[in-house]
Design a protein around this ligand. Structure first.
Ligand code: GUN
Length: 295
């Protein structure tokens, strides 16, 4: 059996068209969603993500500003930059790309972002709201995965969901969203990580397996239950394509796992486009909330 391919690219394109239409309606009311992205240092992955986020924002008709600074920026200067966009009325969403250089306290920077502009959903206020099932801003990658799973038609109610990885950006919020008492969730969730004793024993039970391990080939075919839905969050740079672009591989051994799974996301073209799209959706929601509209 060969798995159905879940195209994040197609789902993202669909949602982006809905966003574009809403942006046009808002423009008639004199409202333009605004996003500020802050990129520190030279990490090539971070550069390409932030460039893609800005390009998408502009393409959708958003006001979009990108701040790029060297890795030697002081923590105080970065905090001042965040404050500048907290006060900027044209900006409804602020994103500080992670990771930050070692001399900067990431938690301090995240906490400095106005929670009402925290479209990444990283501020402790929004993380807390997510945990107790209250509206706020939800972290974009897990929110995008929820959308992909919903559209794949997979049953989540009572399903065994195994999340590989426990990061603040993906693993933890993913587990919270899937266990939420809500439609498209209600799952029984297990989180496995680098200290888990027998990872395969857990992953083999998964009806839905979400892999955010940060390492290529973390999940091989023998670790997957036949017919499972496999979501691959990995973006590992494993070489260069013929056109000179970075060659990406997920955390899952795609070629072998697609012969066992019922459905699987590819890399690229799976989770990645959804993360950016959910960021745009959060920024649109923020612009509406700031204008006093229902969102
Ligand atoms: N680094 C990796 N993923 C993300 C993300 O979704 N947002 C931010 N700000 N940094 C990241």
């Amino acid at each position: 059996m060969t798995a159905k391919i879940i195209s994040g690219k197609d789902v993202a394109a669909d949602i982006r068209e809905q966003i574009r239409a809403e942006v046009e309606t808002l423009a008639e009311k004199g409202i333009q969603p605004g996003l500020a992205t802050i990129l520190i240092g030279e990490d090539p992955g971070s550069h390409s993500y932030v460039t893609a986020k800005n390009k998408t924002a502009k393409d959708l008709g958003f006001h979009s500003v990108q701040e790029t600074h060297g890795a030697d920026i002081s923590e105080a200067d970065l905090l001042a930059l965040v404050d500048k966009y907290n006060r900027d009325e044209k900006v409804h969403g602020i994103l500080v790309q992670l990771p930050l250089p070692a001399h900067i306290d990431e938690n301090k920077v995240i906490a400095a972002i106005d929670p009402d502009k925290d479209v990444d959903g990283f501020h402790p206020y929004n993380v807390g709201r997510l945990v107790i099932g209250q509206p706020g801003f939800a972290s974009c990658t897990p929110a995008g995965i929820m959308e992909l799973i919903a559209r794949s038609g997979a049953e989540t109610e009572g399903a065994e969901v195994v999340v590989v990885g426990r990061s603040n950006i993906v693993g933890k919020p993913m587990a919270i969203m899937m266990m939420q008492k809500a439609q498209g969730a209600n799952a029984t969730v297990t989180v496995v990580h680098t200290r888990t004793r027998d990872m395969a024993a857990h992953t083999r039970r998964a009806d839905i397996l979400i892999v955010a391990a940060g390492r290529a080939n973390s999940v091989t075919a023998d670790m997957v239950k036949p017919g499972a839905v496999v979501i691959d969050v990995g973006t590992n740079r494993v070489g260069v394509t013929e056109s000179g672009k970075a060659k990406l591989a997920g955390d899952v051994d795609f070629e072998a796992v697609k012969e066992v799974a019922g459905a699987i996301t590819p890399v690229p073209g799976g989770v990645g486009p959804m993360t950016i799209t959910m960021l745009m959706k959060n920024t649109l929601i923020s612009a509406k909330r700031h204008a006093g509209l229902d969102a």
